[in-house]
Ligand binder design. Structure first.
Ligand code: 13P
Length: 255
């Protein structure tokens, strides 16, 4: 079965106007080698406009890393409204990244509000879920994933997942160089898809499930080969054009 992988770069708090321009130049130069994958970049919010201008059309998709849970404009100093991101050319927005959950106190309810706020303005949320090492060691991985996904399912309903992406990012694999094995990734993805399928098998089949956590050029093919892995959410390796392009090439070969 052919499938269209989504290869997403989460640049986190990295980049500069000059560095981003160089990176995007390199991606644009090679982009046509990957006609069967979707390439997404998620720069810092202040860089969205310049990256959007450079990308031009839709050869590379644009996403944000975060948005406000508030849909209407107002007195929310420092926040960025989903509509503002959409106006800047974003199609996607990451919600519930483990760094936001751990460092900025975003709980399941906040993440669920952000997911809904994204969809309210037509953005496709990339909902991040994942267990810590302690949770994996205690054998509660599925309980954690079920709770994180369940909060959004309860708030937005299964139909919302017809316009959403889920990223499984085990916290212990993020930025550590320690990636989940293909078997661990597949098991988590199968569990997540199963949770969706309980409510709607068709939506479960079509929802893209990305794996994130120390994805690199040399492990991408093994992870992307898993039956329920539909793409990757790439941190560190997305900042190096050659690495990111090699991951895209692995996906293109498999698609
Ligand atoms: P790394 O690829 O650097 O482990 O980061 C993964 C991640 O958090 C992507 O959102």
């Amino acid at each position: 079965m052919s499938r269209r992988y989504l290869i997403a770069g989460n640049w986190k708090m990295n980049g500069s106007l000059a560095a981003n321009a160089g990176l995007i130049d390199e991606l644009l130069a090679k982009q046509e080698q990957f006609p069967d994958i979707d390439m997404l970049v998620c720069p810092a919010s202040v860089h969205l406009e310049s990256v959007h201008r450079q990308i031009g059309g839709e050869a590379i998709l644009l996403g944000a890393q975060n948005l406000s849970d508030q849909v209407k404009p107002g007195a929310y100093t420092g926040e960025v409204q989903g509509a503002m991101l959409a106006e800047l050319g974003c199609r996607y927005v990451i919600v519930g990244h483990s760094e936001r959950r751990a460092l900025y106190g975003e709980d399941d309810a906040t993440v669920a509000r952000k997911f809904a706020a994204a969809q309210a303005v037509g953005l496709i949320p990339v909902l991040c879920v994942g267990e810590t090492l302690d949770e994996r060691d205690r054998g509660v991985t599925e309980a954690v994933l079920g709770r994180q996904l369940g909060a959004v399912l309860t708030a937005s309903g299964i139909a919302a997942f017809g316009h959403a992406v889920i990223a499984y990012e085990p916290v212990w694999a993020i930025g550590t160089g320690r990636t989940a094995s293909p078997e661990q990734a597949q098991a988590a993805h199968a569990y997540l898809r199963g949770e969706l399928a309980v409510q709607d098998a068709k939506i479960a089949n079509s929802t893209q499930l990305l794996y994130g956590g120390s994805v690199k050029a040399d492990n991408a093919a093994a992870l992307l080969s898993c039956a329920d892995v539909d793409g990757g959410l790439i941190g560190g390796a997305s900042l190096k054009a050659a690495e990111f392009l090699a991951i895209c090439a692995a996906a293109q070969t498999l698609s």
